[in-house]
Structures are given as C-alpha cells and as structure tokens.
Ligand binder design. Structure first.
Ligand code: SPV
Ligand code: MG
Length: 432
C-alpha cells in the first residue's frame, strides 16, 4: 500500500481540506501532518486551536489512516521519517514566499522517487467566509491579548516591529520572507512606540501626545491587523492615571505595556545624559507597578518594567537591584535599555539577571547596539526583541527625497521609478 501525505495547519476543516483527503485516498493510505504551533507562527497565521487539539480534530476526519506532527515547515522531518510515495498539496503555493517550500519538497521527493500531486485550490464563498472569520477571531481583544504570553512559550524570541498607523500595522502583519535557511519568517508582534507615534504627528517624544490620541493609534492598528501589541506607556504617568490606562489597554486587546522608571518631563532615552532626565526611586516605581497589577482584570495582560539605569549612567548594580525589586513588585517582564553601540553592557545585564531569575521575560530594544543578532540575544536569555523605530526612519528620508526632487525638477517624472505603482497602491488594502 502506498502512502499519501498531506499537511494541515488549519483551525477549521472546510470543503477544501476534505477535497484534498478525497484526492489523497486515490493514491494510498492517507497520513495527515499537523503543522506544529512553533512552525505555524512563522509559516502563516497564529493557531487559535493549539496543536494537540488540532491533531484530535484531524484524527476524526473520515478516511485518515494516521495523524502525525510536522515540526518543520520545509517537510524535512516527515519526509525523512515517512518517505511518503506522494505528497498532496493545494496548487496555491506556486507563487509568493511559499513557492520556496514547494521547490524544496520537490527536491526532497526527487531523491527517492516520491511525487508531488497538486490539487486545484478550493475557492468559493464558504471557504472565503471561513478564512475571514478566522482572521476576525484573531483580531478580537480576547484572542489578541493573550497571544503574547502564548508566543513567549512557543518561540525562543518574540520579534516585535514598530507600528504607528493602519498602514505600518499592515506591513508588520503581512511581511513574510523566505529566510536564509529556506524557511519562511515574519514578525510576531507590534510595538506602538511613543517616539514613532509622536513623530508621525509631528510632535516631540515627551508624553505630549495624550492617551486618547495614543489609544486612537491602537484602534487604527487593531482594526486591520491580528498580531499582538506591546504598548510603549512612557513613564505610565501618575499612578492614579496609570491604573486607568491599564484597564483601557486591556479592553483594547493590548497584550503588554512597558513603562520606564523615569519621572517628571520624560525625554527620549536615546538622548541619554545629554538632556536632563530624572529616574524614579525604586519605591516610587515599584508602587506604580503594583498598582497597575492590582488594577489589571485579565491574566493575559503584562506590565513590563523598563530600567533606565544604563541610559542614565547609574551603573549595572543599580540596574540589577531595580530589576529584582520591580519583579518583586509584580512586573511580568524587564526591559533593559542602552544607547551604546556596543551590546556588552546589555549582555552583562542579561547574564547577571539570568543568574538570579531564570524565568521573567527580558525585553531589549537594539536600536543603538544593532549589530547583535536575534540568535545571540537568545543565548543571553532575551525573550522579546523590539525593532522600535526602523519603519519610521526608513519612510522619512524616502518621503523627504521625493519632496525635494519634485521641487527640483518641477514635475514628478524623475521620482516615479522609485514609487509604488498606482495599481499597487489602490489594491494594497484588501476589501471585505
Ligand atoms: C520608543 O520607541 O519610543 C522607545 C524606545 O521608547 S527608545 O526610543 O529607544 O527610547
Ligand atoms: Mg518611547
């Protein structure tokens, strides 16, 4: 009896999957692979049904011989283990980043005479509706909010990219690439940076853009995306105000707020000691964290304490003492920041913190120390990396150059080659 293998990552079985099974049955016994949660989050969408439950669901399908776990989106593991005679797949993977996986699978099959069978992809109103419903589900506050904690247990490092508008949110949501290792890759989460949110409004990053406006930015983003949100809460403001902010953020479906241990007029950390900035005392800031934790209603939400000791040149011991105290006060994570281009002080902090605390998530923002790779950060116990401002910093010079060139040439022709086409811009946004 020959073996026909197909891999599912879906949370909902629809006629498209049943059709694949029907086709597969023509070739032999059908083995269904369940793409693991870990692989799914890099490959396509986040599973709303965890892998063990999805396996149970697939096992109930008629005609299935066995269900196995597929841990590698490139199929290396199952092909080595199963040597299927046939792999059955929808024909929708021949373009876009997924085509790299298709090429790889064909190469693997060719090594032992296996064959790829492609089944016309099932479209239609019902399938489209299910896809939309799954996306809608993921965008709902109760699903989105808990997703950051889920991701922390699924991936060695959660990768967050800044978003400050619906459009930048969509870029973080939808950018998928074929990475060097042949696997697909994408961001896990969005960072709503105070710097970029303020800059987009032409305002300085000094807590001048008020919370209602910051919440409006969150809503612009949540309306068109599903990925979890880490909100830059600046100093958190007065404790009496922070407790309300926590409630509002939870209601909006935000997963985490990061507040920094500064007080008075906050300036951006990347100014360091060039401007006057005052650090809050350990007691003051611990009290703010504790009040926030008390106000929080769900178990999903995280309050992450950001330590500015290295930025303000107060030393490693101070940073570590603060980390211990803030975790004791209830902080769900520690963000350590530095404006040095050499990552060694950040790594020293992470190593020393991990000696005393093995579990509290560590967050870093490698804007200045940008030579460090995600892999190196993982080796030093970092759990979340935030690319805090790179979309804004890439868009700004491009827009400025275009404005200058149109003034220079008294027409727009000279800039046209580097612009997105009109056709693309009008179809960039999906309609319902
Ligand atoms: C932000 O993105 O607004 C931050 C990170 O707070 S930093 O600009 O590095 O201070
Ligand atoms: Mg900020």
């Amino acid at each position: 009896m020959k073996t026909a293998y197909t891999c599912f990552s879906t949370d909902v079985i629809h006629e498209g999957h049943l059709n694949i099974i029907k086709e597969a049955l023509k070739y032999g016994r059908v083995v269904v692979g369940c793409l693991s949660d870990k692989a799914s989050i890099r490959y396509n969408s986040f599973p709303t049904v965890p892998e063990d439950k999805r396996m149970e669901m697939y096992k109930k399908l008629d005609g299935i011989d066995t269900v196995i776990m597929q841990d590698d989106m490139l199929y290396d593991d199952v092909i080595e283990y199963l040597h299927p005679d046939y792999i059955i797949h929808g024909d929708n993977w021949s373009s876009g980043p997924e085509s790299a996986i298709r090429t790889h699978v064909i190469e693997l099959l060719n090594t032992y005479g296996g064959q790829l069978i492609e089944v016309p992809y099932t479209t239609g109103e019902h399938v489209h509706k299910i896809d939309l419903q799954l996306k809608e589900k993921l965008s709902m506050p109760e699903y989105r909010r808990k997703r950051l904690k889920q991701l922390l247990s699924m991936t060695p490092i959660v990768k967050a990219m800044e978003a400050h508008s619906g459009l930048t949110g969509l870029i973080v949501e939808k950018t998928v690439i074929e990475a060097d290792n042949g696997r697909l890759d994408q961001f896990d989460a969005m960072w709503i940076s105070s710097l970029c949110d303020s800059t987009a409004k032409g305002k300085p990053d000094i807590e001048l853009v008020d919370m209602s406006s910051r919440f409006r930015t969150i809503e612009d983003i949540t309306e068109v995306t599903t990925k979890p949100i880490i909100f830059d809460g600046d100093t958190g403001g007065l404790t009496e105000h922070f407790v309300y902010t926590v409630r509002s953020l939870e209601r909006l479906g935000v997963s985490a707020v990061i507040i920094e241990d500064k007080k008075g007029l906050k300036k951006n950390s990347l100014f360091g000691t060039e401007v006057e900035q005052t650090q809050a005392s350990i007691e003051e800031f611990s009290q703010k964290i504790a009040a926030g934790k008390k106000a929080q209603l769900t178990d999903d939400f995280m309050i992450i304490a950001r330590i500015e000791s290295l930025i303000l040149e107060k030393g490693m011991e101070d940073a570590l003492a603060r980390a211990t105290a803030f975790v004791q006060a209830g902080a769900d994570g520690i963000m350590i920041h530095s404006r040095k281009s050499d990552p060694s002080e950040i790594l020293e902090f992470c190593d020393k913190f991990r000696e005393q605390d093995k579990t509290t998530p560590i967050v870093v923002v490698p804007t200045s120390f940008n030579t460090i790779t995600e892999g190196e950060l993982v080796e030093h116990g970092v759990n979340i990396v935030i690319y805090a401002n790179q979309l804004t910093r890439s868009a700004f010079p491009a827009m400025q150059q275009t404005a200058q060139d149109i003034l220079r040439y008294h027409r727009a022709k000279e800039v046209d080659d580097r612009l997105m086409s009109i056709k693309k811009i009008i179809t960039l946004i999906d309609e319902l």
